[in-house]
Design a protein around this ligand. Sequence first.
Ligand code: F6R
Length: 243
Amino acid sequence: MKVIIVKNYHELSKAAADIIIEAVKLNPKLNLGLATGGTTLGLYGYLVKDHKINNTSYKDIKAFNLDEYVGLPKNHEYTYYRFMHDNFFNHVNFKEDNVYIPDGHSLNLKEKALEFEQLIIDNPIDLQLLGLGVNGHIGFNEPGTSFESKTDIVSLTKETIKVNSRFFPGHEELVPNKAVSMGISSILRAKKILLLASGEKKAQAIRDFIEGPITTDLPVSCLKTHPDVTVILDEEAAQLLSK
Ligand code: F6R
């Protein structure tokens, strides 16, 4: 596992963008696994800027998102579908047919989750971007999730619901308590994984991950079993590391 510590959020976003841009240029048909959340906003900003200045093309790139809330219509302002379109897809040349986000608003959620799992088996992810929950979750795989888990309907912990309510300003009661998420085993199939963590709120989970044991109590610790993981931290997220 490669751990890169940079000064601040801007440097983290730029370093992550450089890795993704390089991968996209190297393989114009890359299968890119994507994440949402505050950590990724700066990165998507850099990717959009780079697309406008350098014409980096996403024409034949396929995007597979980690997760989606259950119960909100696809185009609702708080879905991850909207987050991704508003912050990234609509500003670069992705083909809508190449964008895959788990379906959180179907009558057959379970069936759709199984279809998504098959989709990412058939289209192996080359590079998977991950953010990190304060409680160590990746995707919406909360503490206690089996490392064998696959794309499925999952329950969010009270803590995650509270943390994510910041994205529902004035509508905190709308934060769903369920989501559809790639499982841990789905994530671990990716050829390369890029994990980002920024800010002091992530410092404890980062220390437990980097210096602690592999345990389902800390879902991110599963990454220690993967052969190609890069972790980018800013100084605040790295502040509890012993060296
Ligand atoms: C989002 C996701 C989550 C977030 C994590 C961190 O698609 O899967 O695991 O990456 O909750 O969120 P932020 O970046 O908002 O702290």
